[in-house]
Design a protein around this ligand. Structure first.
Ligand SMILES: NC(=O)c1ccc[n+]([C@@H]2O[C@H](COP(=O)([O-])OP(=O)(O)OC[C@H]3O[C@@H](n4cnc5c(N)ncnc54)[C@H](OP(=O)(O)O)[C@@H]3O)[C@@H](O)[C@H]2O)c1
Length: 338
């Protein structure tokens, strides 16, 4: 029988999500990969429990995580039942709908039909009465944003989620979605964009008045939880000397996972230089990549993945990092601009 560590709240940092009342851990754990039916259940359960023992209260899922889709929610539901149910009120569990989940015209995108049906399916798979955050996983160019936001509002009002979120919306789409949700009386809690040293689109001007996604998130009083902070493992020392067979690239995973083509000599050269800089700071590259994201106050939480407890612990220790000096930040910029 699992008993959570007594000292679980002593070292994690908690940040407020925008102007809401909700505090999220500076590091959250996602179940996109490593929690499907090709993965060892005992290992994934050990990762989740170890995360909770280290103060990670937030676990991020989506209907389609696995593979196959639904499997990560099913596995997580099993862990809740076996170990974590007594701690439900200490946990923030999120899920999403928007990517392909079931055949036919209602199994993906942003219609009310898709979101409401998918939310019910997710709750059933996890054995939950409600999730804490329900997201529209991606903007839908063919559904009015009003319909998608009304669906989120309905899900919150029905008690099936406590908060609404959006993911992968551009700066302009975020403004519009936030305005609709505000009008409906269900403010948008959080945006979940991809953001790492290797993918900085959230910093670039994206609206007619030149605001970036991070600017808009702040303006709207929303938080942000940034995904793939390690660029799926490339921002670590893992690939410096080749592709390990048990790595994400080595395993040739489906559904948007990085592949061999996502590594090249120029990138590896930058990674080697960043790695040297991190070691100089007394950190691993993974830790430096996470600390670099958290230096921006607009980043509420960094959403990591992990395939082992060792990786997770290494990532959490990013919080022990010394603050960046101006010269270090300049060196990082210089390496990234090569
Ligand atoms: N909203 C969206 O559209 C969206 C899209 C993608 C992801 N997400 C969310 O973001 C979460 C994280 O995404 P991600 O898995 O791509 O994040 P990531 O943290 O960039 O990559 C995780 C992978 O990096 C490696 N790794 C992790 N910690 C490490 C460490 N300390 N040292 C060395 N290597 C380490 C592991 O790779 P190996 O497996 O090779 O060991 C791990 O599987 C997902 O689970 C999901 O919740 C959301």
């Amino acid at each position: 029988m699992y008993t959570a560590a007594d000292n679980r709240y002593t070292s994690m940092r908690y940040n407020r999500s925008g102007k809401s009342g909700l505090l999220l851990p500076a590091i959250s754990l996602g179940l996109w990969h490593n929690f499907g039916n090709a993965d060892q259940y005992d290992n994934m359960k050990a990762i989740i429990l170890s995360a909770f023992d280290r103060g990670i209260t937030h676990f991020d899922l989506a209907n389609n995580y696995g593979p196959p889709g639904g499997e990560a929610e099913r596995n997580f539901g099993k862990m809740l039942k076996e170990a974590l149910k007594p701690y439900r009120d200490e946990m923030i569990i999120s899920t999403k709908a928007g990517y392909y989940m079931w055949p036919g015209p209602y199994g993906e995108w942003g219609s009310r039909k898709n979101l409401l049906a998918s939310c019910d399916q997710s709750l059933k798979r996890m054995g939950l009465d409600y999730v804490d955050i329900f997201y529209s996983h991606r903007p839908d160019p063919h559904t009015p944003v009003e319909e998608t936001m009304q669906a989120l509002d309905s899900i919150v009002r029905s008690g099936k989620a406590l908060y609404a979120g959006i993911s992968n919306y551009s700066a302009e789409q975020t403004r519009k979605a936030a305005a609709v949700l505000k009008q409906l009386g269900t403010p948008c809690l959080i945006h979940q964009p991809r953001y790492s040293m290797l993918d900085r689109w959230v910093e670039a001007p994206g609206t007619a008045d030149g605001k970036s996604l991070l600017d808009v998130v702040e303006e709207e009083g929303m938080g942000s939880i940034v995904f793939s902070p390690l660029a799926q493992g490339r921002l670590s020392d893992k690939y410096i000397n080749g592709v390990p067979a048990d790595s994400r690239i080595g395993r040739s995973l489906p559904n948007g996972a990085i592949q061999e083509k996502d590594l090249n000599e120029a990138l590896l050269s930058n990674i080697r230089q960043l790695n040297a800089l991190a070691l100089n700071r007394g950190q691993t590259l993974a830790q430096m990549a996470i600390a670099w994201l958290l230096k921006d106050q607009r980043v509420t939480s960094v959403l990591v993945g992990a395939s082992s407890i060792g990786q997770l612990e290494n990532s959490i220790d990013a919080l022990k990092a010394p603050a960046f000096g101006v010269d270090e930040l300049q060196q990082i910029e210089q390496i990234l601009s090569q």
